[in-house]
Design a protein around this ligand. Structure first.
Ligand SMILES: *Cc1c(COP(=O)(O)O)cnc(C)c1O
Length: 221
């Protein structure tokens, strides 16, 4: 029950309404079941294969979130059940999610991942690419996709000012999009913040934090 205790500590400090995705990558089904037993349902994984292996060993009412980079040839595996895809980073993925959602008679909630870090390695749209995408986006063309908001990862650094600037920038983009009329009222989730920086993310307006090591302990790859 240690993970449940850790999560409750985090929840106690969060403003009401901020959701926690417990990122369970590298964790065993029994560790995840432990957290489930404490009452938590939102779990996140970053690899399709790992998610599929665990999912079948765990209760069916877990709300699984895909938080890692997604290849289009893997979308078909998660389309029947995925609760929210945080990491949509191309029109190609949107098309594939739409197709697989239709096949499953589902509408799949998606976040658009935005590249906000000064680091090179992170996936995601630039602000310009995001605007270009949304200006040309006809929701009627993608009935299987519901765009719910944005996701971003800050630079992995101890520089809190930099982290704050990056999250603030993402929150600005999110706010401006909501005011622009380019997105629907459903576009109301902002996924930012991990174990090391979720406090800053929440101060800057995050609605979903994705927390792994602070709940389950340090990962041991
Ligand atoms: C691993 C991961 C997290 C959680 O990281 P922690 O530092 O363990 O909280 C959050 N988001 C994504 C996309 C991840 O891959």
């Amino acid at each position: 029950m240690e993970a449940g205790t850790n999560l409750n500590k985090i929840l106690k400090e969060l403003p009401t309404g901020v959701k926690v995705v417990a990122v369970s990558k590298t964790r065993t089904p029994s560790e995840i079941l432990d957290l489930y037993t404490s009452g938590h349902r939102m779990m996140g994984e970053n690899k399709v294969q790992e998610l599929m292996e665990k999912k079948d060993k765990l209760p069916g009412d877990i709300q699984w979130h895909m938080v890692g980079h997604l290849q289009s040839n893997k979308v078909k595996y998660i389309a029947p059940f995925i609760s929210l895809i945080h990491s949509v980073d191309s029109l190609k993925i949107i098309r594939t999610v739409n197709k697989e959602a239709n096949r499953n008679n589902r509408v799949i909630d998606c976040l658009l991942q935005v590249h906000i870090a000064t680091e090179e390695s992170k996936f995601g749209f630039s602000e310009e690419e995001l605007l270009e995408l949304l200006r040309n986006f006809e929701p009627g063309d993608y009935p299987g996709v519901r765009l719910r908001g944005l996701m971003g990862m800050a630079t992995f650094t101890g520089n809190e000012d930099l982290i704050r600037r990056e999250f603030r920038n993402l929150a600005r983009i999110f706010r401006e999009l909501r005011e622009s009329g380019l997105v629907s009222d459903d576009f109301n989730e902002l996924s930012m913040g991990m174990s090391g920086d979720y406090g800053i993310a929440v101060e800057e307006g995050s609605t979903i934090v994705r927390i792994g090591s602070l709940i389950f302990g340090e990962r041991d790859y």
